[in-house]
Ligand binder design. Sequence first.
Ligand code: ADP
Length: 487
Amino acid sequence: LLTALDDASLLRTQALINGEWVTGATSFPVTNPATGQELAQVPNLGRPEADAAIAAAANALPAWRAKPAKERAAVLVRWQQLLVKHADDLARLMTAEQGKPLAEARGEVVYGASFLDWFAEEGKRVYGETIPTTDPTKRYLVVKQAMGVCAAITPWNFPLAMITRKVAPALAAGCTVVIKPAEATPLTALAVAELAQRAGMPAGVLNVLTADAAQSIEIGHVLCESDVVKHLSFTGSTEVGRILMRQCASTVKKLSLELGGNAPFIVFDDADLDSAVDGAIASKYRNAGQTCVCANRLYVQAGVYDAFLEKFAAKVAALKTGNGFEAGVNVGPLIDEQALQKVATHVADAIALGAKVLAGGKRVESAGGHFFEPTLLADATPQMLCSREETFGPVAPVFKFQTEAEVIALANATEFGLASYFYSRDIGRIFRVGEALEYGMVGVNTGLISTAEVPFGGVKQSGLGREGGRQGIEDYVEVKYLCLGDI
Ligand code: ADP
């Protein structure tokens, strides 16, 4: 891996606390999901280091918060430029530890970096307000202040962008942060932290704690139960989100949660079928189906059901599965054996309940890698596991429906409410269905919706708060009301 990098010093294998690179008493391995090979060992930190990182962030807070937003923005913009400058190396690190195809990894670097310059600008516009008085002797003012020390626990599916999407608004608002990246993908996080150092991030403003699965739970306790930490942002499963929410009750901490989804992807009779097929491919098979906004259930109206399946099956069969470093690969490995087993279970369950396999359907035999064939299942039903749970893999179950009312009811019959998609050229239907879907995000005639400028987030059990957009910085500021008397 080292020899593959243009700048070998981006392979960081120490954690970052108070501007110092630190090792721990023990370490844990980072492996390549395409080969099973060990890439590096990183520190397996725990409670003492979490306490030290929180203390460092608290010490750094007064000076960072006191800077004009424009000065904080300058650091963020330099950081963004460094991420883009080193995009190829960051992509190599990401593909090595996460598996996604190199072109997708490079795309994530640029997307992830864009949160830094977006929030650098938004930080300059954290406006307060004056409220017309109802008492001539008083004046009412509202200011917004940085919340304080913030914690971020991030997942492995977007090892870079899930860090910048949380850290950029926090830092722009004047907060300092402690990050606990996913145990599967710490190398990308550490390289990003190295570039923050080069951009001139003051010591203690950004701290990164690496830990394996068991120690991550320990660090989670420390972050949730600390009185110094004022806000926790988490992206991951709904199950872990519930645990963290419960733990944060002890300190009544503010929470931002981006949790699981179960995205419906609806194709109406009046859709542009070629566009719908392309959207379904992009939404379903990107990152081997391992995104919380991936289409999980595809509903196709009876009039175009057969035509859609025929076009879609041809495109699915043409997808190339393999090591993300190989040219032309569209679908990389799943992150680990457990993820692969879940996908295999969903497919076996669907087949047992009557689904027809139109493409794929099996794991790919590979020494050490966790690959599953891009799979298309027709005639899916609501009883199947793949309809009720997020598969998080390259499997598209397709359901047939008759009416708009029927599909809206099916789409909304889940406790999740993150992303949804539909294809229609009818303007009335676009408004009706767009308004009726109980989701935080609706893609209309597109399968790709994420960008730094828009509010990303879910309703129901998919989470709390919004990331990105003008709204993304609100979670990191407190509203303070000042009442001036004796005027
Ligand atoms: P995924 O299913 O995407 O792996 P998880 O929700 O399991 O998502 O993990 C996302 C992040 O949450 C990772 O950084 C992981 O280490 C962390 N994590 C998992 N369980 C806990 C926990 N009980 N307390 C704190 N962090 C946790």
